[in-house]
Design a protein around this ligand. Structure first.
Ligand code: GLY
Length: 425
């Protein structure tokens, strides 16, 4: 069996790593991949945002399955093109990926199917958006409608920040993605991600995970793609989890009732309000960095799960999970999420991988003349598994301390909220 994984971040290293543990012993390809996937797969150079190029590669290099990590190839219709040439794709077609590609599409879908979420209005004229802002007041959330690599969302606590966010969208900071602006009610409560495998009918939830989107300790600083994550999430009790699962099931059923055949991962970004979980966003793919703590705890063969997903027989699968805790700390380039320098030598990854329970997933890395160097904002995801959250946290930071590169930055409080909720901090 030959499998092509699309993407080159920590998420894709975690996917490749889980696939490499499969009893099917697949031959793995990853594009563009990174310094970590290079150890488990053949990295290939393809323009992953151009689906025609991927299809051309697959025609020359037949594979049994394509697994799509990032959202852009899905939103531009990679799964549709692969269907035309009969290649199974783990990831929805463009109609389903719209749930991530357009916030307005997602909001309208939720409204049609009674999915709890914050009140929102969309604007394509700046003055109308500013007028609505004055009426609503702060705190409030301003979002570019389209894809903006996690950077198009501003949680504005004061009116000036909200005005600036609206202006930035209309002045083109996020390109076409910001031509329409969604202004959304601010919801209060802890955030939690729950991802599920779905074949459009059956929904199999993964483990709840809590991401840390802000750059600095104490949830301060600008939003990032995610600075660290942990699972399990103690604030998610069984009733809350059941409601989150029900929301994912109702969303998949809602899409199916509208003729959307959704196969892949549905990612629910939830906020746990006093009135129960509400949807902040949906994504049409695995989360990054959520995948780096969730997939290492999956005991079921990931190839079997993915094949069952694309072949619409997920009802045959029972997911089995380890009871361990997992913590992943993102090591980032100095300056991230702003500008940063690339190609800085990285030391200590092999030593970090020696810490019991630790796997260092590569994100923005590459090999240059045989040496590992930085190649992105989020560079490495130091992931530790242990029987307790406290031990997982200790192991993750012990391993992170063994790694160094010039300008390296990371949050020191990943998993702390879990310990606080458990009364252990
Ligand atoms: N963890 C945020 C995301 O995957 O979009």
């Amino acid at each position: 069996m030959r499998i092509l994984v699309i993407g080159g971040g920590g998420r894709e290293h975690a996917i490749v790593s889980a696939l490499s543990r499969s009893a099917h012993q697949p031959e793995l390809f990853c594009t563009p991949g990174n310094g970590g996937t290079a150890e488990l797969a053949t990295n290939v150079e393809i323009d992953i945002e151009d689906p025609a190029t991927i299809v051309a590669w697959v025609e020359m290099n037949p594979v049994d399955l394509v697994v799509v990590g990032p959202e852009v190839p899905l939103v531009v219709g990679l799964a549709n093109l692969l269907a035309v040439i009969g290649v199974p794709c783990f990831g929805p077609k463009a109609a389903g990926a719209e749930i991530e590609g357009s916030k307005i599409f997602a909001k309208d879908l939720m409204a049609r199917h009674g999915i709890p979420t914050g009140k929102a209005e969309a604007f394509d004229v700046k003055e109308d958006a500013l007028k609505y802002l004055e009426e609503q007041g702060v705190p409030i959330v301003v979002k570019a409608d389209g894809l903006a690599a996690g950077k198009g969302v501003t949680v504005a606590m004061d009116i000036e920040a909200a005005r600036n966010a609206i202006t930035a969208c209309f002045e083109g900071e996020f390109g076409e993605a910001g031509e329409v602006v969604v202004i959304e009610e601010y919801l209060e409560g802890p955030e939690c991600s729950l991802l599920a495998f779905t074949d459009g009918t059956t929904v199999l939830p993964m483990l709840p995970a809590q991401d840390h989107k802000r750059a600095y300790d104490g949830d301060q600083g600008p939003n990032t793609g995610g600075m660290g994550v942990y699972t399990p999430v103690p604030v998610v009790d069984e009733a809350t989890r059941a409601e989150m699962v029900s929301i994912l099931e109702r969303t998949v059923a809602g899409m199916a009732s509208e003729g959307i055949d959704y196969r892949g991962v549905l990612y629910g970004g939830f906020i746990l309000t006093a009135d129960g979980p509400k949807v902040l966003e949906f994504n049409a793919r695995f989360g990054d960095p959520e995948t780096q703590v969730v997939l290492p705890l999956l005991k079921t063969d990931l190839v079997d799960v993915m094949l069952a997903t694309v072949e619409k027989r997920l009802s045959e699968i029972t997911l089995e999970w380890s009871d361990d805790a997992a913590v992943s700390v993102v090591l980032a380039s100095g300056g991230y999420p702003g500008s940063y320098t690339k190609e800085i030598p990285i030391d200590g990854v092999a030593e970090a991988n020696q810490v019991p329970g630790v796997t260092v997933f590569h994100a923005g890395t590459m090999l240059k003349d045989g040496a590992l160097v930085t190649n992105g904002g989020r560079v490495l995801n130091v992931t530790a598994i242990a029987p307790t959250m406290a031990e997982a946290r200790t192991r993750a930071y012990e391993a992170a301390d063994k790694i160094s590169f010039l300008g390296m930055e990371y949050r020191t409080d990943i998993g702390l909220k879990a310990l606080q909720a458990l009364g252990e901090a």
